[in-house]
Write a protein that binds this ligand. Structure first.
Ligand SMILES: Nc1ncnc2c1ncn2[C@@H]1O[C@H](COP(=O)(O)OP(=O)(O)OP(=O)(O)O)[C@@H](O)[C@H]1O
Length: 238
């Protein structure tokens, strides 16, 4: 994205945000509450429209090629969006149908993605009967069903216990390595950052740092990544 700005009723929330992700890159969009992470996701997914700046997915401009650009991205929203009374299979089949897959193709891909998420045994279970961590994994499997180039996750570990949180962070890092999909993971939790991740720090609607952990520590003359974020966000990340 390039020079993206957005306001709610005249109140600026994003100011000239620019960054680019490469295939297979895991980028953490790190910012305290209210930094503008969800707003940024809402613009990429076109829940809101933007007038200033440009967003491209796989080279396609989101305004001019909306349908094709959306076919190239998978999204896990902050609030769960699975149908609780349908089975995992039915939730995934419906998503597959929306992306033009035949039932057989959707079934094959669902079983492949669920196996990757170590959830193959849950295909016929109702979502209501799954734990919070399992539901999140199903949402990720659904987000990857149509083989997008970009996977967006907005604070996907909210409400999960520590073990489920760690498991999910590990799973998505592995998927990113194995499938070459670019991942944009929004969070305010420093401990979800892996040493090799790229970190884009968003503070009050602006990107105030972008790079590897080592670069960001050097830029801020900090001894630890926690210290660096405190300096960049004036202590709002904790
Ligand atoms: N629909 C809206 N109308 C007006 N202001 C909004 C709206 N949604 C968000 N905001 C404001 O925009 C700013 C950015 O909010 P946003 O939800 O994008 O931040 P965030 O980084 O995702 O925070 P969180 O971690 O709490 O989800 C906040 O000041 C918020 O109050």
């Amino acid at each position: 994205m390039h020079d993206l700005s957005f306001s709610y009723s005249g109140q600026p929330v994003l100011e000239s945000v620019s960054f680019e992700l490469k295939a297979g890159e895991f980028a953490v969009l790190l910012g305290p509450n209210g930094a503008g992470k969800t707003t940024l996701f809402s613009l990429i997914t076109r829940l809101y429209d933007y007038r200033q700046g440009e967003i491209r997915v796989g080279g396609l401009d989101l305004h001019r090629h909306s349908v094709e650009a959306h076919a190239r991205m998978g999204v896990v929203f902050q609030q769960p969006t699975l149908d609780m009374d349908l089975s995992v299979r039915q939730n995934l089949s419906y998503h597959g149908a929306l992306h033009g897959m035949t039932p057989a193709e959707a079934k094959r891909r669902a079983s492949q993605q669920l196996t990757r998420m170590e959830m193959q045994g849950s295909l016929n279970l109702r979502v209501r009967h799954l734990s919070g961590g399992q539901r999140r994994r199903v949402e990720i499997a659904r987000g990857l069903l149509h083989e997008p180039r970009l996977l967006l996750l907005d604070e996907p570990t909210v409400g999960l216990d520590i073990a489920s949180r760690r498991g999910l962070v590990e799973h998505v890092h592995r998927l990113c390595r194995e499938q070459g999909v670019a991942v944009l993971w929004a969070t305010h939790l420093i401990d979800e950052v892996y040493p090799e991740d790229r970190v884009i720090v968003l503070h009050r609607g602006q990107v105030c740092a972008d790079g590897g952990i080592g670069d960001i520590m050097a830029q801020t003359s900090s001894d630890s990544i926690g210290d660096a974020f405190d300096r960049l966000t004036e202590g709002e990340t904790r």
